[in-house]
Write a protein that binds this ligand. Structure first.
Ligand code: FE2
Ligand code: FE2
Length: 223
């Protein structure tokens, strides 16, 4: 299975077919092949079949994280301590791995195809700045979630709720722009050959991440 076209011919879900399939369908298609380590936001490294579908899947997972953050904010001042600890871990993991695939692989390719005069060049600049900000905010959210789990002072709760809401609302706006503008543009512009290259680069980046067992943010572009 080396390209989205091949995936489509075998009846597997691809974004080329239009509407993103249900998360369960995606999971079923992505699950079977080799790698054990969940390396980049939900997909097994050896079984990514469509790079843009992979990103949409990761976005769906990040929306789930946003809903969990909102649930914690709504529950204050009586949060679920176990959920706070789990969420503190999940938030930083999801962003690190996902941002690398966009910043180092998808965006450079899309920039070349858009041309220098495209207004989306500025949008991509903004998205990359937001990645940095979101990782900083994720780190702050993780600290705040751990403070909640450990039972922080009542007077700190309002400030923590404000920080959590600001973080997940910004992340939701970012995801919406990528899903509604960036990924459709990539689907429209990229040739089957470029999609196959994107797929290969995603796989290689995921494999390097798994082999090196290193933070995804430190990996360099492939090729
Ligand atoms: Fe994204
Ligand atoms: Fe992004």
């Amino acid at each position: 299975m080396d390209s989205p076209l091949a995936a489509r011919e075998e009846g597997l879900p691809t974004v080329i077919d239009g509407e993103t399939p249900d998360a369960g369908v995606i999971e079923a298609a992505l699950r079977p092949a080799g790698a054990e380590r969940d390396c980049c936001g939900g997909c097994r490294a050896a079984s990514i079949i469509d790079p843009l579908l992979h990103l949409r899947h990761a976005h769906r997972e990040q929306r789930d994280l946003c809903e969990r953050l909102e649930a914690i904010a709504d529950s204050l001042p009586y949060p679920d301590a176990a959920e706070c600890r789990q969420l503190a871990h999940d938030v930083e993991e999801a962003l690190d791995r996902h941002h690398r695939l966009e910043d180092e692989i998808l965006f450079p390719l899309l920039r070349r195809r858009l041309g220098a005069q495209s207004p989306l060049q500025g949008s991509i600049d903004r998205l990359m700045v937001e990645h940095i900000e979101d990782r900083d905010h994720a780190a702050e959210a993780a600290e705040n979630l751990m403070r909640l789990a450990d039972g922080c002072k009542r007077c700190e709760v309002d400030a923590i709720a404000f920080q959590l809401r600001g973080f997940f609302e910004a992340m939701q706006r970012h995801l919406a722009f990528e899903d509604e503008v960036i990924l459709p543009k990539a689907e429209a512009l990229l040739t089957n050959e470029e999609m196959a290259q994107l797929l290969a680069d995603f796989r290689q980046a995921s494999k390097r991440c798994a082999d090196a067992d290193m933070p995804a943010r430190t990996l360099r572009p492939v090729g």
